[in-house]
Design a protein around this ligand. Sequence first.
Ligand code: SF4
Ligand code: SF4
Length: 305
Amino acid sequence: MIFFKPSEGWPSDVADYLGTEIPETWQRVAVKVHFGRSKRRRAGVLPSWVAPTVAMLEKRGCSVGVVDTNTLYGGERHTTDAHLAVAHKHGYPRAAILDGAAHELAPGISVPSDVLGYDGIVHFAHVTGHQVVGYGGALKGVGMGLAHRSTKLWVHHGGVPVHKPSACTACGRCVEVCAHGALSTDGISKDCVMCAACVGECAAVSFGWGSTVEVARRLAVAALRIDDALPIWHVAVGMDVTRLCDCMGDAQDEPLGSVGVWVGEDALEVDNAAMRGCWPLGGRHYSKERWSAVVRCASGLRRNT
Ligand code: SF4
Ligand code: SF4
């Protein structure tokens, strides 16, 4: 793991370093980013941060896709077309959305199957605060950001969607979405396989947040399983650090400052360093207690595997 200090903006030697470390066998490379929210001025991960690495990879002859996954919850990043519109608005004209069927990497932990179309992943994780797990970085970027919807649902809530009868108009639309016959206008039955296809289709089918400690534990499990199963280089971007995550509407337009960029293959190691480096900027906005729950769990899992 290595740290790069900013020098009048983005440290240009990040791409040089990745160029020496990424194996020649990587011919198809996914550059994982966060395209941000359309109503804000800019993306979560700026195109100018990513461009030198994409150029380096393309110069080597790699085929590069700049990617993200759709969100679990409804809204502009829930469907591929709308998500691509956000990406285009924020300067990513060649963006791609990973939204394939669930491919299980470890028991209960899945990624969209189209992830497997790449030989390796360069993961740009913007350092932010986070309203539930206290801090966003490399672990959150893979445990939630690269996970299949079913795993996102498990991380957030434990797996079963919530049907809110008071908000249901019995239109029947969600019944068509469920391929397992588990949804009716009366609610969700025990036949639910927790695929999460219905979540976000309608405000009456959603997910509840689990306890923050349990979400932290599940995030750590999902992140490490994905990180261990896939070839990933992490770039934790402690530049224009924000107080809330890039999914939030008001998070990106008032950055708290910049510290630098951490690059490494181990999401836990990269995040530990980035957290220590960026914590003074986050101050009261960041919850050390919640973040510690993620790190404690991830560290325990690493020791036991
Ligand atoms: S939950 Fe939503 S989509 Fe399903 S029947 Fe009720 S209103 Fe329609
Ligand atoms: S999670 Fe999947 S199986 Fe369960 S109710 Fe929703 S669509 Fe049906």
